[in-house]
Design a protein around this ligand. Structure first.
Ligand SMILES: *Cc1c(COP(=O)(O)O)cnc(C)c1O
Length: 363
């Protein structure tokens, strides 16, 4: 059997007719940028997350860098970021000239809340939390620290659509919740797309102005902005997928539960969530000290895997200028050598999952 790490076609085929009908509707409407699909999606996604406002943007990276820009975080300012995040989180900080200060993760892949306070200086302006692999971080402690030190809080929810901490959805704990709808995300579009959710009306308005060349009224430009608009076609297709998010997330929970119950191999460590947090299982990430061996073994059996992520941002060539050496973040670096994302996607069949479980248990 051949099993790919992810199958985006399955998510399309499941609601094919609805996606095709919506595409034709938008194509035939004659209106393609900033119209009623975007406005409706923004309303529906805000309601889904429990935030007051949502603003559609062109990508998750745009959501991040524009968030820091509008929060006035720039050159000389420090932002605390977990070491084991996707590099886009860090770029959202550095594109504004701010400095990322890396914090080691805990056992559940989230920022270790006990290591935050040591890193706070008088230049610290914000904390950026990534709910990695779909798992909500310890938001009670993080919100408390932000309040105590008067720090801004930005959440990178590119992997955590629908994940909650103490029944509150990720993205709604701080100043801005940043989302990506890249096709492989839990709520995926059919191209690039992103959004922010905020509770502050003024900030929501600033995002709307910024995404459209800084213009509020046509040809009247208030600030130097960007072109970062969510388009009508993607917004329409996202509305279709969003209407099925409950069942899509439940399916992921069932698949994850089966993996957790049936993978038994002392060489493999399965993922666990923290108390109060839920995971929407963007990835199912196991750990193995003999990971490279495991990858080869699974490949021979036709099972594809992915590594999220093989090079931590502080060791990326792009961030050589920060001057960090190997050994600077031992826990993060150990994770990048041992984590493995096994096949996991909506529409995964029982047979496919059985095959993966058997392979893992006989490694
Ligand atoms: C995907 C992702 C992003 C970037 O989103 P894009 O839409 O690809 O720009 C940012 N952060 C995390 C954690 C991601 O997984």
């Amino acid at each position: 059997m051949n099993i790919m790490p992810n199958r985006m076609d399955r998510g399309f085929l499941k609601y094919q007719k609805e996606f095709e009908d919506k595409s034709l509707e938008v194509l035939r409407s004659g209106w393609y940028i900033l119209g009623k699909e975007v406005a409706s999606f923004e309303e529906e996604f805000a309601e889904y997350t429990g935030a007051k406002y949502c603003v559609g943007l062109a990508s998750g990276l745009d959501a991040l860098w524009i968030a820091f820009r509008l929060l006035n975080i720039g050159p000389g300012d420090e932002v605390l970021v977990q070491g084991n995040t996707y590099i886009a989180s860090v770029m959202g900080v550095t594109m504004n000239g701010a400095i990322p200060i890396f914090i080691e993760p805990d056992e559940h892949f989230g920022m270790d809340v006990n290591k935050i306070e040591d890193k706070i200086t008088n230049r610290t302006k914000a904390i950026l939390i990534t709910h990695l692999y779909g798992m909500a971080s310890r938001m009670d402690r993080i919100v408390e620290i932000c309040k105590r030190y008067n720090l801004r809080l930005v959440e990178d929810c590119a992997q955590s659509h629908g994940a909650c901490f103490n029944d509150r959805m990720t993205g709604t704990f701080g100043d801005v919740g940043c989302f990506s709808f890249y096709p492989s995300k839990n709520l995926g579009a059919f191209g690039d797309a992103g959004a922010v959710v905020v509770n502050n009306e003024h900030l929501a308005k600033e995002f709307k102005i910024f995404r459209n060349y800084g213009s509020e009224k046509r040809y009247y430009n208030k600030v130097v902005g960007a072109n970062s608009r969510l388009d009508e076609l993607q917004a329409g297709l996202l509305r279709v997928r969003l209407s099925h998010m409950k069942e899509l997330t439940e399916e992921r929970l069932r698949l994850a539960e089966r993996y957790s119950n049936e993978i038994h191999n002392e060489k493999l460590q399965i993922p666990t969530t923290i108390e109060g947090a839920t995971s929407v299982w963007h990835q199912y990430v196991i750990r193995c000290d003999e990971r490279n061996c495991l990858v080869e073994y699974l490949k021979e059996k036709g099972i594809g895997t992915l590594i999220h992520y093989p090079i931590p941002p502080h060791l990326a060539e792009a961030y050589r200028y920060l001057g960090h050496q190997k050994g600077f973040l031992p826990i993060t670096e150990k994770l990048s050598d041992t984590v493995l994302s096994i096949p996991f996607y909506n529409g995964m069949t029982e047979e496919e999952q059985t095959y993966v479980i058997n392979a893992l248990n006989t490694f």
